[in-house]
Design a binder for this molecule. Sequence first.
Ligand SMILES: Cc1cc2nc3c(=O)[nH]c(=O)nc-3n(C[C@H](O)[C@H](O)[C@H](O)COP(=O)(O)OP(=O)(O)OC[C@H]3O[C@@H](n4cnc5c(N)ncnc54)[C@H](O)[C@@H]3O)c2cc1C
Length: 331
Amino acid sequence: MRQFDYVRAADLGDAVRALSGGAKLLAGGTTLYDLMKLRIEQPEHIVDINHLSELKRFDTSGSSELVFGALSRMSDVAANPLLIRDYPAISESLWRAASQQLRNMASLGGNLLQRTRCPYFRGGEPYACNKREPGSGCAAIEGLDRGQALLGMSHACSAVYPGDFAIALIAFDARVDLIGPRGERTISVEQLHREPGETPHIETTLGPDEIIVRIRVPVTQLGRASTYLKIRDRESYAFALASAAVALEMDGDMVRDARVALGGLATRPWRARGTERKLIGGPLNEQTARDAGEAALEGAAPGHSNAFRIELGIRTVAEALMTARKRGLTS
Ligand SMILES: Cc1cc2nc3c(=O)[nH]c(=O)nc-3n(C[C@H](O)[C@H](O)[C@H](O)COP(=O)(O)OP(=O)(O)OC[C@H]3O[C@@H](n4cnc5c(N)ncnc54)[C@H](O)[C@@H]3O)c2cc1C
């Protein structure tokens, strides 16, 4: 492993200055250290942000928004009683990620910025990977593509965005507050991740010298009738083959408002707005839930061996909708 130096940031300004000098931030380290061992990340300077109190605020008591500091740990947020009751999709997206040990270490900011688990990206030589080495090609296109994306790919990359939490966040129109050398700005979580296009190595709209300070989720009636359904090869400690975050506001059997977002199937967290429009104003039953699933996967382009995940995605959306509906009836 390449040598690096390690410092603790004394305050946010300190961390921003260090980033401008080419350092990498260290939160829980569960992604960063992995990528360093794989030689995908080779920082010369590491700045530990774990002592910055500005990043630790975790407040679900507000009347207009929930606030999760970037350093909030996955396990603490997943176990929050208010979230379990009023925003189960958020809590479930965290419970169903990684393992308890990882969730105890891992931060929400680091979770949003985790990188793809594409085996060609992580495998390195002799595999070509435009994300790892721009211009080198994409071995997945002619290679093993069981786990590759079906939505949002380009000829340069089909790597899936692997995280769960971001899928629930985009369903609730969450935003992230950022700080950098030019000051503060706020963007939606949906704007944070990019499709690969011609530049798959540029994965987010975050500047190299910007820090995620906090995530803010607007308080909404849609929270209670929500769920995050994750389908994977084994029931624990595995990334999604297909997942859906769904939130509903029901009026009897009729859908007054709906949110649908997909995970595990696309190159970035994927909001299915056309599906939401189709659902709103109509009845929700087994058939319309299936129709909504089909609409969500419209345009999915299979490769050699991942076509089964289209049907899986359709069923995941349909089942999530029926679960959210049931929660809406009982809440
Ligand atoms: C075996 C394994 C299984 C996993 N399974 C899942 C899963 O099923 N679902 C899932 O969603 N995730 C899964 N993960 C990913 C895990 O959730 C992430 O590794 C974790 O959330 C990253 O958080 P961290 O605090 O450890 O980040 P770090 O490793 O410290 O940082 C990750 C990246 O984010 C940057 N960063 C961190 N904080 C900030 C900030 N505030 N501002 C700007 N940049 C920042 C770092 O510089 C680094 O580049 C798994 C990980 C492992 C190792």
